[in-house]
Write a protein that binds this ligand. Structure first.
Ligand code: ADP
Ligand code: MG
Length: 266
């Protein structure tokens, strides 16, 4: 048993899929997240927009254990990220336990990061085989189903180099879904794509949202935010400047920084 970190264990806010409470993150002496407060309900699609360098990726990476926060608290699916509670005290998680928490979260990056030496099918089968210890036949059946779901039923044997960027990104989405995540994070999933390939990826994401997946999406696609998002967050300088329904925030941004940003992207 590791030593308690000295903090009392907080109440678990079970009604939210993600809850961030005063989250701070610094790199060296540079504070990148300056107290983020956010909640995402189960089934909600939250879109996050904001200028480059405002801390959007860092926030997603904190949710997904790729960065460790320096202050505040972060829960996913009712579990406090990075800590375990016992007898009212908090203990830092061991690597194995962190890996367990991370399994509940799927992430899709700007770059597709597929394994180049594996076919689309093998890419999607990999984590269930290795991490979930599924049988080959079970993993294969599920991977085929997921590739079908993202419109790639006919490309299961293709290697990444034989797929377009949009197709590769759809494989990346299927690969994340193969772990049956409770939450999906997207970090500018269409920013690296040629314009004509953006739509096919957004369509898959829209379908996923319609199927009830909880999603946090960092994007510049304001059409997607408006049509698919339940909430829209504008971040700038490491803080949430504005939050509301997409129609509220887009039609009537209350903060000058939000207005200025939208005047550039819309
Ligand atoms: P966004 O995704 O909104 O463009 P980021 O979260 O990527 O913003 O970055 C926010 C700030 O944090 C930037 O100034 C960036 O240079 C800095 N930053 C991000 N990651 C690191 C890191 N690993 N080390 C040092 N600085 C970082
Ligand atoms: Mg980013």
């Amino acid at each position: 048993m590791t030593e308690p970190v000295g903090k009392d264990a907080p109440e678990v806010p079970a009604e939210f899929m993600v809850r961030a409470e005063n989250v701070h993150k610094s790199f060296g002496r540079v504070e990148v997240l300056k107290g983020i407060d956010l909640q995402v309900r189960p089934g909600e699609v939250m879109c996050i927009v904001g200028p480059s360098g405002s801390g959007k990726s860092t926030f997603l990476r904190c949710i997904n254990h790729l960065e460790k926060i320096n202050g505040g608290r972060l829960w996913v699916n009712g579990k406090l990220i990075g800590y375990r509670e016992k007898n009212g005290k908090l203990y830092e998680l061991k690597d194995r336990e962190v890996a367990e928490q991370r399994r509940e979260i799927g992430m899709v990056f700007q770059r597709f990061n597929l394994f180049p030496h594996m076919t689309a099918l093998e890419n999607v089968m990999e984590a269930p085989l290795r991490v979930k210890r599924r049988s080959r036949s079970e993993a294969r059946a599920r991977a085929e189903e997921l590739l079908d779901q993202v419109g790639l039923g006919g490309k299961t044997g293709n290697y990444p180099s034989q797929l377009s960027g949009g197709q590769q990104q759809r494989v990346a989405i299927a690969r994340a879904l193969a772990m049956d995540p409770a939450l999906m994070l997207f970090d500018e999933p269409t920013s690296a794509l040629d314009p004509e390939l953006v739509g096919e990826v957004l369509t898959v994401m829209q379908q996923l949202a319609a199927d009830g997946m909880t999603m946090v999406v960092v994007t510049h696609e304001m059409g997607f935010a408006r049509e698919v998002g339940d909430s829209l967050v504008f971040m700038d300088g490491g803080v949430v400047v504005e939050e509301g329904t997409p129609s509220e925030v887009l039609a009537n941004p209350s903060h000058p920084r939000t207005r200025e940003f939208f005047s550039k992207v819309l």
